[in-house]
Design a protein around this ligand. Structure first.
Ligand SMILES: *Cc1c(COP(=O)(O)O)cnc(C)c1O
Length: 396
């Protein structure tokens, strides 16, 4: 006899306000697109969708690069795809490290058998073009790798000048835009960037699962001139480009539903307009910053280099990291990120990414933080944080 009790009921999830370093909240239209029936990965309709996705990606990256595709896998797969395709064993790669993702790039480059040279900046600080120039002149790397938006510390790293210096010295430049793309300006052609990767789950407001990647002419020439096979079969762009190109050679089955999601998310980004989207991220950041200041807290990140979408704030003296984040999650459903690496336990990372960058989330997190800190005796304020944010919105 069959039981009427469902032993395995359908999955239900709790409401969450994703305000950490990613994933970010996903627009309902993107979730709906993911629930559509599948096409085969060589279906003419799916092929059309891939072509249009490439068009949209080129607009968001602001590039005309032919090889502009979505690599299967999360942002780290994008990092690995760029590194393993550009690097041949023994190539020198200069990596600028001022956070966890610069560290990761070193690790990936070493595994690709690059001769890695690294320069370091304390976490929370940006590199100056001069110090990168000095290292490029001293080491003459084939490739320079740098993170445009260092999510572990909230640093917004200017890269245009560094790209110019790299080219003057015969090096290629590869940048990590996992957190920057669609949150702050990214100008792949305008800045003359050779190779770039991103991820879907930060300011594109899509679930994690694809990594937009783009290669310019110099990077393509280096790829074409390789004497050795790309170290990774799965991420070998010389094969993957034949699936995204007119040959449509099967390489691996495209994650169909994720491609629907990215297509839809890019449509939302382009409908809003890149400039309007950047301005929205900046306004909500300013409102949050005013509230943070009203709570007597300060930013971990160097002034003048703070990402609007990733607010890294120092945890006040005498306040413990975990109990506050636990309370935010349990009582308000808010997810805020903890510190990574040397910043662990010392800072919170408040994300205002993509669809999640809105006044409602700014007010909610400020009110919740104020309550937590007041109950711990760390602040006396009552309502001042939200009022400070509202003053920014009122004068905008
Ligand atoms: C999140 C992130 C990555 C890694 O992306 P995953 O999707 O976690 O693999 C790489 N670089 C930066 C700057 C990131 O913020």
């Amino acid at each position: 006899m069959s039981s009427t009790v469902e032993a395995y009921p359908p999955l239900r999830v709790k409401d969450r306000v994703l305000m950490g370093p990613g994933p970010s909240p996903v627009h309902p239209r993107v979730l709906e697109a993911m629930s559509l029936p599948l096409y085969g990965h060589l279906d003419p309709e799916f092929v059309k969708l891939m072509d249009e996705t490439q068009n949209r990606l080129r607009q968001v990256f602001r590039t005309g690069n032919k090889l502009t595709i979505a690599v299967s896998g999360t942002g780290s797969a994008g990092m690995e795809a760029v590194v393993v395709n550009l690097i041949e064993p023994g190539d020198k790669m200069l990596v600028c490290v001022n956070g966890v993702f610069g560290e990761r790039m070193c690790d990936v480059a070493e595994r690709a058998r690059a001769e890695v040279v690294r320069i370091d900046r304390p976490y929370g600080e940006a590199f100056t073009p001069e110090e990168v120039e000095k290292a490029i002149k001293a080491h003459k790397p084939a490739v320079v790798g740098i993170v445009h938006a260092e999510t572990s510390t909230g640093v917004w790293q200017p890269v245009e000048e560094i790209a110019r210096i790299a080219h003057e010295n015969g090096a290629l430049i590869a940048i990590d835009t996992v957190t920057s793309l669609a949150g702050v300006p990214v100008e792949i052609d305008g800045w003359d960037i050779d190779a770039v990767y991103s991820g879907t789950q930060k300011c594109l407001s899509c679930p994690p699962g694809l990594a937009p990647v783009s290669f310019g002419d110099r990077a393509m020439a280096k790829l074409r001139a390789r004497k050795t096979k790309v170290q990774s079969w799965y991420l070998d762009l010389t094969m993957i480009e034949k699936y995204w190109g007119s040959d449509r050679f099967y390489h691996h089955t495209a994650p169909i539903s994720m491609n629907y999601a990215l297509y839809e998310a890019l449509g939302l980004v382009l409908d809003e307009g890149l400039e309007a989207r950047h301005a929205r991220h900046m306004l909500n950041h300013k409102a949050l910053a005013a509230g943070i200041e009203a709570l007597g807290m300060r930013y971990f990140t160097q002034e003048g280099f703070r990402l609007p979408q990733l607010n890294c704030v120092v945890i006040p003296d005498g306040v413990e990291d975990m109990p506050v984040r636990k309370r935010l999650l349990e009582e308000w459903g808010i997810e805020v990120g903890g510190g990574l690496g040397p910043v662990k336990g010392k800072a919170w990372r408040i994300g205002l990414m993509g669809h999640g960058s809105c006044p409602e989330n700014v007010r909610l997190v400020l009110a919740a933080l104020e309550t937590c800190l007041r109950d711990l005796g760390a602040v006396k304020s009552s309502g001042e944080a939200v009022a400070a944010a509202d003053a920014v919105y009122g004068s905008a």
